[in-house]
Design a protein around this ligand. Sequence first.
Ligand code: MG
Length: 250
Amino acid sequence: MVILKTSREIAAMREAGRISSRALQEAGKAVEPGVSTLEIDTVVRRYIEKQGAEPSFLGYGGFPASACISVNNVVIHGIPSAKIIIKQGDIVSIDVGARFNGYHGDNAYTFACGDVSREAQTLLDATKQSLYEGIKNAVAGNRIGNIGNAVQRYVEARSYSVVRDFVGHGVGAKLHEDPSVPNYGTPGRGVRLLPGMTIAIEPMINQGTHRVRVLDDGWTTVTADGKLSAHFEHTVAVTKDGPVILTLPD
Ligand code: MG
């Protein structure tokens, strides 16, 4: 069941989104050669807790950390670890959620550690832009398929592939609500978008095959072919005046 939010609820989600966005910025500043992903997770957790908010992911389904930190061929759900040390040239996807006043904000960004290869940079640029192509289509009267189709067309035109096994989602008082928001689809298909819907749009885009596999830890999701993957996400409200990004820093 899709839960529509009032403008007051959307304003409350904007607060959670601001904290989540700033926590992600802090995480990005911490991405440096020699830093462990556990250290970055600590930065995220401290920032969120200092704002009087809670990390949405900590304990969610048993997830042991505040951020998902996914390096290079890791697509999503990388578990922060003291043993995973970031190197110059890595791409580091960080996914952060914060719960504040009863609502979640959910966002992700793939950071480059120093100079990365041209291939990696192009993947980052395309994945980031595909998120905005999706957001442009988060318009009342459209259907969910319009969003996924816009993402898919943009990246496939650049020979990248869209992860199928994981998708975006509604977000609000719960971290994951209806509807599912795939990053692929057909225009005019799927749930109709209505003012008051709040959704996390989160393209996960691979350099090679779209296929992924989950490691034995039950979380870490990697590309099946070992090639790179990138992930960008915003929480977005569908309003009568068009899409509004809720996970912005100010
Ligand atoms: Mg999400």
